[in-house]
Design a protein around this ligand. Structure first.
Ligand code: CP
Ligand code: NVA
Length: 330
């Protein structure tokens, strides 16, 4: 199996701005190969003797577990370091922590708040640093999103992806840029005060124009979804985000992904549309939050439908994160 992506060796991934369209395609191809490799039963040595620090300031199920499984599958090792366990931010600066971890580990996966923290880590660690989610960006998620869209729809270029909900969060920012770089017809559908930062939209639209794609920001869900191949949503209030959940629910309830909205794509019967969510999702009454209120950003009917590929997406976090590790550490 070809694993090397020479131009990515030794590099960090803090946002998708740092990778070209060709490098994204290379990473997705590698992720497809690694997926096939794992499914055929191979447990290899592509990360042998590589140790990876998982420096997490926020909770995680998928990203943390994907990193651990990715390292284990290829004979590497991942060590979870929550910010409650180590000195970062209390007795030791980010820069000093980076210099310590960089002397001991081959790569660092960071999850936290400020984008400047992950930038500071990358500046001082001397080893690749990967952004496993900040307030601004979730680039490793976007790679899994793109892999899942490509394998279900068959292509990225020319596919219509509609993101619905809080258009200015980390997941929305990264999928917008990932789609722009891969020729997708991307639509962000949010109320005006939750639409993406205009500078990011302008930049993404310019990137999209170079790759025969498009970026559009709209407010009306019923019109936005017509012809969509992918309906994507995320939680309405992100980890660490200030603000009232009650207000957010009131603002975003018209943006809930329902079966009625899915039908408006016009593609349910032909099977040419999928539903995606990065997860975790408030789709039923089985969480503390949704026990009282019921479904929020997506109904249970949509979440559990055959066209919902949320757990394919979840699995692809493993393959894409492994691709990033293999490409940058070998
Ligand atoms: N999608 C995602 O990043 O999930 P976790 O918060 O569980 O890592
Ligand atoms: N926008 C969400 C994504 C979780 C994976 C959050 O930051 O909480």
């Amino acid at each position: 199996m070809t694993t090397g992506i020479a131009e990515l060796s030794g590099r960090s991934l803090l946002t998708l701005n740092q990778v070209t369209a060709e490098e994204i395609t290379d990473l997705l191809n590698l992720a497809d190969n690694l997926k096939e490799r794992k499914r055929s039963g191979v447990r290899g040595e592509l990360l042998q003797h590589r140790s990876i620090a998982l420096l997490f300031q926020k909770a995680s199920t998928r990203t943390r577990c994907a990193a651990i499984a990715a390292a284990t599958d290829e004979s590497g090792h991942a060590e979870y370091l929550s910010s409650a366990d180590i000195h970062i931010g209390k007795k030791e600066s980010v820069a000093d922590t980076a210099r310590v971890l960089g002397r001991m580990f081959d790569g660092i996966l960071f999850r936290g708040y400020a984008q400047t923290t992950v930038e500071m880590l990358a500046q001082h660690a001397g080893v690749p640093v990967w952004n496993g989610l900040t307030d601004e960006a979730h680039p490793t998620q976007a790679l899994a999103d793109l892999q899942t869209i490509r394998e279900n729809i068959g292509a990225l270029a020319g596919t219509k992806v509609v993101y619905i909900g809080n258009g200015k969060n980390n997941v929305a920012n990264s999928i917008m840029l990932g789609c722009a770089k891969t020729g997708v017809e991307y639509v962000c559908c949010s109320p005006a005060d939750l639409s993406p930062v205009p500078e990011l939209v302008t930049a993404a639209a310019s990137v999209a124009a170079d790759h025969k794609g498009s970026v559009e920001v709209v407010e009306d869900p019923a019109a936005a979804v017509i012809g969509a191949n992918v309906i994507y949503t995320d939680v309405w209030l992100s980890m660490g985000e200030e603000g009232s959940l009650e207000e957010r629910i009131a603002t975003l309830m018209p943006y809930q992904v329902t079966m009625d909205l899915m039908k408006k794509t016009g593609k349910l019967e032909s099977g040419d549309v999928i539903f995606l969510h990065c997860l975790p999702a408030f789709h039923d009454r089985h969480t503390v939050l949704s026990a009282e209120r019921g479904a929020l950003e997506v109904t249970d009917e949509v979440f559990e439908a055959p066209f919902s590929k949320v757990f394919d997406l979840c699995e692809n976090k493993l393959h894409t994160l492994k691709a990033v590790m293999v490409a940058t550490l070998t």
